[in-house]
Design a protein around this ligand. Structure first.
Ligand SMILES: Nc1nc2c(ncn2[C@@H]2O[C@H](COP(=O)(O)OP(=O)(O)OP(=O)(O)O)[C@@H](O)[C@H]2O)c(=O)[nH]1
Ligand SMILES: [Mg+2]
Length: 323
């Protein structure tokens, strides 16, 4: 079943892609086999992260960029990551409405992803979906996230090219600086350039860039757009292309991917291990659930973690017949 699904995905069949995404989002065990099969086929597309504070105009920008890319005959997959933020509810609906006119085209794929349950794994799932789209043959895989938390930052770090969307009087520049987004941004887009304060924002940005860009070979361009009027789109598309050419010609694209490998293996292991021990943890706490709250609070978490770890290790050695 997974084998057939993989070959249909490699053929670019949208229905198979949709099904696979659900498999990935639910973290079903089969998704690992699927991803292993797809992995050798990924790595041809350009992964573009678009980040910025809520309402900066990321979706409007992506909308405009997609039209430009399609005019150049390039296919685009868009993943709108919706963190459990208080802003996302309405915005996501807005995205759907605005992007509906794009959905008739076979060379465009749009999907929103959110945190399912509270156990996280969003960045792992997102990375898998990106890889899936890449393997399916999309020339560009665009990930839109609100630049707030660690998992968004993790997602951005797996992109080839990161564009930070700012807007005048957004007051989000310092926040982005603090969150570490400034350092990983390859392009700066000042959107809503029809509003006053563009020059001031540009000045502040240039000052901050002096601090963060030391030793960088790529000089991040600062571009201006009015996304709602589709103004400035061509320059952003060119900037994204230029950055890709820079990565390829300097060997940095491979370098980046290699340095991410260890991190990714560690994250996959962490996810796998957590999955494995969770039932043991739940059981251990359940046994104590009949105790009054005070007793539950007395449980020493360090000791309990140690007991569970040893129990898990013992179980494994017995399984291998070494016990
Ligand atoms: N004046 C002006 N408004 C814009 C521009 N671009 C986007 N907007 C408006 O800004 C609002 C937010 O735009 P979105 O594209 O949804 O912004 P977003 O960053 O995707 O928002 P979230 O996904 O909620 O974080 C909408 O009302 C847009 O119409 C622009 O260039 N100029
Ligand atoms: Mg949006």
């Amino acid at each position: 079943m997974v084998e057939e699904m993989a070959s249909r995905i490699l053929n670019g069949e949208q229905r198979a892609i949709g099904k696979a995404i659900s498999l990935i989002e639910d973290r079903k065990p089969e998704h690992r086999d699927l991803m292993s099969r797809l992995y050798p086929h990924a790595g041809k597309g350009q992964i573009v992260g678009i980040t910025g504070s809520p309402g900066a105009g990321k979706s409007s920008l992506v909308n405009g960029l997609v039209k430009e890319w399609r005019n150049q005959g390039r296919s685009v997959a868009i993943i709108a990551v919706d963190p459990t933020s208080p802003f996302s509810g309405g915005a996501l609906l807005g995205d759907r409405i605005r992007m509906r006119d794009l959905e008739e085209d076979d060379h465009i794929f749009i999907r929103s992803m959110g945190t399912r349950g509270s156990l996280g794994g969003l960045s792992e799932a997102c990375q898998d979906v990106v890889r899936l789209m890449d393997a399916a043959g999309f020339d560009l895989v665009v990930v839109e996230t609100v630049g707030v938390g660690q998992s968004e930052l993790d997602i951005m770090k797996t992109a080839d090219t990161v564009a930070l969307v700012l807007y005048p009087s957004g007051g989000d520049l310092i926040q982005a600086f603090k969150a570490g987004i400034m350092e990983i941004a390859d392009l700066f887009v000042i959107n809503k350039a029809d509003l006053p304060g563009v020059e001031q924002l540009k000045g502040e940005l240039q000052d901050l860039l002096h601090i963060t860009s030391e030793g960088r070979k790529w000089e991040p361009p600062i571009l201006q757009t009015i996304s709602t009027e589709k103004k400035g789109m061509a320059a952003v598309v060119t900037g994204i292309r230029d950055h890709y050419d820079y990565l390829v010609s300097t060997g940095k694209r491979l370098e980046r991917r290699l340095s991410q490998k260890e991190l990714e293996v560690m994250r996959r292991l962490h996810e796998r291990f957590t999955e494995e021990v969770r039932p043991i943890v739940e059981k251990a706490l359940e046994m104590n659930a009949s105790d009054p709250y005070e007793r539950l609070l007395e449980i020493d978490p360090y000791g309990l973690a140690e007991v569970i770890f040893c129990q898990w290790r013992k179980g494994n050695t017995e399984e291998r017949g070494e016990g």
